[in-house]
Design a protein around this ligand. Sequence first.
Ligand code: FMN
Length: 347
Amino acid sequence: MIDRNNISSRKREHLKIAVSNNAKYQELTTGFENYRFVHCSLPEINFSDVYVATEFLGYNLSCPMIINPISGGEKNGKALNRDLAKIAARQKVALSLGSIRPALENTKTLETYQVVVDHTKNVPLIGNIGCLQLKNLDKYDQIFSIFEKLQADAISVHLNPLQEVLQPEGGTNFEGILESLEKFINNSDLPVIVKEVGFGMSSQVIQRLLDIGCEWIDISGSGGTNWARIEAKRITKAEERAVAREFGEWGISTAQSLINAHEYKKSRLIASGGLDSGIQFAKALALGADLGGIAGSVLRGWDENGAAGVDNLIENYRKVLKICLFSTGIRNIQDFCYNSDIIKEIE
Ligand SMILES: Cc1cc2nc3c(=O)[nH]c(=O)nc-3n(C[C@H](O)[C@H](O)[C@H](O)COP(=O)(O)O)c2cc1C
């Protein structure tokens, strides 16, 4: 029997639905198919000299990749988080944990996140919380103390108004969110990343986040996981389900969200949302992202083939990225990211 008001039960349902293809956009795409790399037949580079390694939050990464927030707070989340931490350490990529909201409501669930700590000493670990959980708080002691226990290197805060408004148990008062975000950023000793959850960001939203001093933004665009579809699967009342389904193709694509950020370049950008292949990962970087985030594809890889499935996925993305550098005549990842000479919109 599912207890709908219990956040851990809800997280378990989300995980179960998210692994199915029903959780993905069916028509709206990432927009990356509208861009092609400019092939270079004369790279003048030894492939073995091509470097995709980078630095993030003071750590060396094998490539600019974050495993984006997926899990924590429910039973299965413990095994998943432990595996993801070991994978992140093996592959030298950053790891972001799922929202700590369940741990705020029930401290026993903290262990589902803490399992990562022994494994993530040499890679960046990012803690996550929803913007609604920050609202109306005078102090953030409880939140900061959880992130301290997790030895987090940064905190990401998710903006998910559409998901919340469609979710049967969701919060719907987003008045004052920007002000509370600003306060949180000013109070945090750790860098703060503000992220969407797969509906993308307009230039106006990006501008407003930069205006309050937001250091990192994950535009998390549409084309991959779709939360309207996930919530629709959970809704039991037919009328409410029909409403949620109407938003199954809503959002700003990942490519368009990156373009929206172009005028603010010098902001530090993460791109996620439907990076379901190595080429899409590479295109996101060339179009302006400093790092690419993957969630749905990681979850599906883990569900199908366990940790080996995720290891294979990351190795494939890294190899494809390296070949993209070679085939566009670029030696270092720093020259590849945000480079309009090597990627063009199809006329
Ligand atoms: C099962 C699942 C749980 C998620 N939980 C969180 C979360 O707790 N916090 C968050 O910021 N994003 C969460 N996300 C959103 C992802 O981090 C990501 O922004 C979004 O799914 C788009 O990326 P994708 O298309 O690669 O899945 C979750 C995604 C999935 C699939």
